[in-house]
Design a binder for this molecule. Sequence first.
Ligand code: G3P
Ligand code: MG
Length: 238
Amino acid sequence: MKIIAHRGASGYAPENTLSAFALAVKMGSKSFEFDVHLTRDKKLVVHHDYDLKRTAGNPAKISALDYAELKKINVGNKFGFPVERVPLLEEVLQLISHQAEWINFEVKNDGNVYPGIEAALLELVRSRPGLAGISLISSFDYGTLKRLRVLDNKIKLGYLGRHLRNLLLVPAIINARRIGAASFHIALRIAFGLNVALIHKAGLKVFVYTVNKKKDALRMQKIGVDGIFSNYPDILQK
Ligand code: G3P
Ligand code: MG
């Protein structure tokens, strides 16, 4: 079972920052997840929310800022880290690439708020030798996944189920297969043996978010999920 550093080692360092990724690397992570957005001047950056409210106490939206403005904002005031910036996606890749064996780019693009983000991401992924083969692109936004598939018929896609309940699982699996997804990502809340078996039966790998307790991680291992997203890369050693 893969232990995927979720937003870097975000249980120990400010999420989605270079410090969080550097720490995950130091802790030995080989699998990484982070969230991708696009600035007003079309730079791919790594941050979870669409705005800076939660991470910086600043209501500005990423889509309304050029990168030069965005990088002035401190998003790292947590765990005693004084200053951290929203990193460029390229900086994150630079930091993790020598060790990464599996990288999940989660594209935040609800309602296509970042037109062109799919092509920009694919261009970056294809530009680094060997990167496309270890990449998996996921999104909660089905339109984004569909556009990615039209632009690239080989890249691995991950279907992210939002507010999924047991009853909605089968239609969601059908949608995931429709875009040729390689994996299906579910919340811990619905990660039970029967659901996992159903998804596996459809030929999809199962990745579960977000697993931050050792007892849950052990249960996931037992029911045979392929990987867990965790803020604690050392979750099984805790
Ligand atoms: O990609 C898995 C997980 O990160 C999805 O939820 O909100 O943490 O991005 P979120
Ligand atoms: Mg995410």
